[in-house]
Design a binder for this molecule. Structure first.
Ligand SMILES: *Cc1c(COP(=O)(O)O)cnc(C)c1O
Length: 365
């Protein structure tokens, strides 16, 4: 049997998403206990302590299926963000949402637009459903919105915008993004990926769900993995028109978000004090990292997220490996076609200090 003949065309050409190196792997390999992982834009303060204090009670109920409609979490989201429950779709991470959108609206013969250096999952999902990906060259490591508009073809059904973008950290200012949305034809959808919204809106005005009333072709995704500190639970959500949410929910697995994830997300949404503390820490530590990397002679890209990408002035895979040997995990951006760039997530003060020390001692200038 020749599986290659049977496999869906789009899947055959895929390379799987490369995750950050797990901390246990490195500790085992080096025989150390104190590795520092600043590779996946996780919240260094962990999940809200309120979750840890109370989740045991959910553990006792895990022989039951989760609430397949995520009724309580949707109600909390609707209430907090002033949207209707019917506008909300819950995902197994916001990655799930990205897939729902691709699977609901794209197929062979369709095309979708994304920026060069944008989040790696967009080309993967587009290819997986057999659609054509149109990658638009970036401008200064940021989305070139005019070029993206100019790239719309007859077959184009969807445009991906990551704001802030990962891995570059670039941010499209409010008025510029509204201006873009006004220019996108009504029959082309826009998926605005706001995985870092909490960070960007802490520092500047960012688009919120109220704009959905103006743009029925817009769907906004957010994540609990970054600022909310729930990356391991896998939960994210989309807010869109009710009609769009109805379609997204048709391709959603019946129990895509597990009981623990649903519970953790509910508690996290309510712990305003904790999230503020996380955002303050990120803001303050990011400033220190910018300053210190700058004084070590590294050029950093501006970032509205919880990470910094910088030109490490050598092959970033080599730089990545040198730092690994020192017990520090960062991310090489070679797969993003930025072969001299490393991305470092903003960690705890002590983690950032270790990173800075190791980068000074281990990398050639
Ligand atoms: C991390 C990230 C996501 C996905 O996060 P989930 O853990 O699946 O919620 C989506 N988009 C961008 C730009 C990201 O950086």
């Amino acid at each position: 049997m020749d599986l290659k003949k049977l496999v869906n065309k789009g899947i055959d050409g895929l390379s799987p998403y490369e995750p950050g190196k797990p901390i246990e792997d490195l500790e085992r390999e080096l025989g150390i206990k104190n590795a520092v992982k600043l590779a996946s834009n996780e919240n260094p303060l962990g999940p809200s302590p309120k979750i840890i204090d109370s989740i045991e009670m959910i553990l006792k109920e895990t022989h039951r299926y989760p609430d397949g409609n995520a009724t309580r979490l949707k109600a909390k989201i609707a209430n907090k963000f002033n949207v209707l429950e019917d506008q909300v779709t819950i995902g197994n991470g916001s990655n799930d949402i990205i897939e729902f959108v691709a699977r609901s609206f794209l197929g062979p013969g369709d095309s979708a637009i994304y920026s060069e250096h944008a989040f790696a999952v967009y080309p993967l999902v587009v290819q997986a459903v057999g659609a054509k990906g149109i990658e638009v060259p970036a401008k200064n490591f940021s989305h070139d919105l005019n070029a993206m508009l100019d790239s719309i073809e007859e077959s184009t059904k969807l445009i991906f915008i990551a704001n802030p973008n990962n891995p570059t950290g670039s941010f499209i200012e409010y008025s510029e993004l509204i201006d873009f949305l006004e220019k996108v034809p009504e029959d082309v959808l826009v998926l605005l990926d706001q995985a870092y919204f909490e960070y960007s809106s802490y520092e500047t005005k960012d688009i919120d769900f109220d704009v959905l009333q103006r743009f029925s072709n817009l769907v906004i995704s957010r994540s609990f993995s970054k600022a909310y500190g729930l990356a391991g639970y896998r939960v994210g959500f989309a807010v869109s028109s009710k009609e769009m949410a109805d379609y997204l929910n048709r391709v959603r697995q019946p129990f895509n978000a597990n009981s623990l994830a649903l519970y953790a997300a509910e508690i996290a949404l309510g712990d305003e004090k904790f999230i503020q503390k996380c955002l303050e820490l990120n803001h303050e530590q990011k400033k220190i990292l910018f300053t210190e990397l700058g004084s070590l002679g590294y050029e950093c890209l501006p970032s509205r997220g919880n990470f910094i990408s910088f030109d490490c002035k050598e092959d970033s895979k080599d730089a990545f490996n040198k730092l690994l040997l020192e017990g520090v995990i960062v991310r090489s951006l070679t797969v993003y076609k930025m072969p001299n760039f490393l991305r470092v997530s903003v960690g705890l003060p002590e983690e950032n200090q270790i990173f800075l020390e190791k980068i000074e001692s281990a990398l050639s200038k």
